[in-house]
Design a protein around this ligand. Structure first.
Ligand SMILES: O=P(O)(O)OC[C@H]1O[C@H](OP(=O)(O)OP(=O)(O)O)[C@H](O)[C@@H]1O
Ligand SMILES: NC(=O)CC[C@H](N)C(=O)O
Ligand SMILES: [Mg+2]
Length: 514
């Protein structure tokens, strides 16, 4: 997942963009970038690393201007090269910069078209560079020296016609304004907000509402699937539906894991959805283990499962204890690149408080089990700390299928539940019992927050891909190009991977990487 933000302000936006990216850091830890616009000049700083490492004072002071966009990256296409950090830039027409959350499922086909028909060069393997060039081509096709809102919305329509998959986007058209749009299924979240200043209204577009409210804006609403927003250089705001047949199917994994609990996505509080997951999971535990279960204590695996675990414990009427302490200086492990790094990080990140385990039957609760990296380590730690029995509960159903919409789960063979029964997974992770949430209960946990949404993208649980363009061939190719060993090679050219892509920053970079 990635985090995106764009601000159309009345004074310098560099600090606000930085602050928004720190609030969205949980969506991507690999790279970060900001581009701002002053007059007809763009200023860009992007590199691999966390927000706090990429931007130093010398970069911040040079990010001048009242308009800008920012990105935190968790790669799902291309490589981890800093040349693929975002925002991306293309000089024609007008000078457009773009930041993307999601994943295009037809990026290869479009890249071919862009070259053969539209005569455009793509320099990286990033689907986001493809998306930017489609948008640029569609805007150029309007043939205007000064594009207005109709031209911008026409171009977004063109993007919807050509691009398949998931995309939440912010883009800046140099000298003309800020654009945001969301794919016709609304798979990835995008919301916008505003705030009044003595000089007039300022607007913000972001992946999650928490980035809007934390900066002192108030959330106006989510963009609808297929909808676009444009704020022109005079500060006027326009929105328009740009898809022919939009169909709400937001990603349910946002509610399970990705989003922050203090965000509201598509009018569903993430926090409340997780509480409902805890309640429903408690009911299932009662059904499976009976009223006379022998669980002494419920414990979350910090951080994300806390909200569900508290409700689960309440509902089961069992003590809730924090038996694992999290090292606050280590980020999320699931979104780290490479299995060895993820495995090592679990041990560095979580440490047991032994007295909470000694002689007890513990129920460990996590939001999800994906590769099984976390639960395997944690269950062993609980046993080493003296637990009698270790049960494990997951607030999401078994993750069995790859994700193609912006979560880096490309290969089914890397998913612990793929092709295994629940009992086999239980044995493999070394638990005394394993209880998974039912998919209907997970969907109900989200839907109860907004019954108007009748469909969610649940592909990682049921293998049904809402965009309708995914077949076994596609999944095989994805797995071959992005499984752990393929990524290792790609990111280490010495091991037979492609040569490192040369960054082509023109004069945008406020400081070239050392
Ligand atoms: O089965 P796995 O492949 O280990 O993936 C699932 C785990 O990864 C995530 O935690 P993460 O450490 O990324 O973030 P968190 O601190 O927000 O829980 C998630 O919350 C699970 O704990
Ligand atoms: N997780 C994401 O949203 C990734 C965005 C884009 N596909 C990239 O790899 O940079
Ligand atoms: Mg976790």
């Amino acid at each position: 997942m990635c985090g995106i933000v764009g601000i159309a302000g009345k004074s310098a936006v560099n600090q606000s963009l930085y602050d928004a990216l720190t609030v969205l850091q949980h969506r991507g830890q690999d790279a970060a970038g900001i581009v701002t616009c002053q007059g007809d000049r763009l200023f860009l700083r992007k590199d691999n690393g966390m927000v706090r490492d990429v931007f130093h004072t010398r970069h911040m002071t040079r990010l001048a201007g009242n308009y800008g966009i920012g990105h935190v990256r968790y790669p799902t296409a291309g490589s981890s090269s800093s040349a693929e950090a975002q925002p991306f830039y293309v000089n024609s027409p007008y000078g457009i910069t773009l930041a993307h959350n999601g994943n295009l499922t037809n990026a290869n086909d479009i890249a071919e078209d862009l070259f053969r028909t539209d005569l455009r060069h793509i320099n990286t393997d990033s689907d986001s560079e493809v998306l930017l060039n489609v948008f640029a081509h569609e805007l150029q096709a309007q043939g205007k020296l000064r594009p207005n809102e109709d031209d911008i919305f026409q171009a977004v329509q063109g993007v919807h016609r050509r691009c398949k998959g998931a995309y939440g986007v912010v883009a800046m058209i140099t000298g003309y304004g800020l654009v945001g749009f969301r794919d016709p299924h609304g798979i990835r979240p995008v919301a916008f907000g505003e705030r009044d200043t003595p000089d007039g209204k300022e607007y913000i577009i972001a992946s999650e509402s928490v980035a809007i409210t934390a900066l002192g804006f108030h959330t106006v609403r989510d963009l609808a699937p297929g909808e676009a927003i444009f704020i022109n250089d005079n500060g006027q705001m326009f929105t328009r539906q740009c898809a022919d047949n939009p169909q709400y199917a937001p990603c349910i994994f946002e509610y399970v894991y990705f989003a922050r609990p203090d965000s509201t996505i598509d009018n569903i509080s993430v926090y409340k959805a997780r509480m409902r997951m805890g309640e429903k999971l408690a009911n299932k535990i009662r059904r499976v283990m009976g009223e006379n279960h022998d669980i002494d204590v419920v414990m979350p695996i910090p951080d994300t499962s806390r909200t569900a675990a508290i409700e689960l414990a309440n509902k089961l009427n069992v003590k809730y204890r924090e038996g694992f302490m999290k090292n606050r200086y280590i980020g999320r492990t699931f979104i780290m690149p490479g299995q060895s790094q993820r495995k090592k990080s679990v041990r560095q990140k979580l440490n047991p408080i032994e007295l909470e385990f000694k002689g007890k039957n513990v129920l460990l609760v996590d939001d999800s089990i994906v590769r099984g990296t976390t639960c395997r380590e944690i269950i062993q730690m609980a046993r080493d700390a003296g637990a009698l029995k270790v049960y494990f509960a997951s607030a999401a159903p078994p993750v069995k299928y790859p994700n193609v919409y912006g979560i880096d789960m490309p290969a089914k063979t890397e998913l612990i539940a793929h092709g295994r029964t629940e009992q086999e997974v239980c044995d493999l992770i070394g638990a005394d019992g394993l209880i998974y949430q039912d998919l209907d209960d997970l969907i109900a946990s989200a839907r109860e927050g907004n019954p108007e949404i009748t469909e969610f993208d649940c592909s990682v649980f049921n293998g049904e891909y809402v965009t309708g363009d995914i077949d076994e061939d596609y999944l095989d190719r994805l797995a071959a190009s992005r499984n752990d060993s393929a990524q290792r090679k790609k990111n280490n050219p010495g091991q037979g991977g492609a040569p490192t892509i040369v960054d082509l920053p023109n004069d945008l970079q406020v400081e070239l990487p050392i």
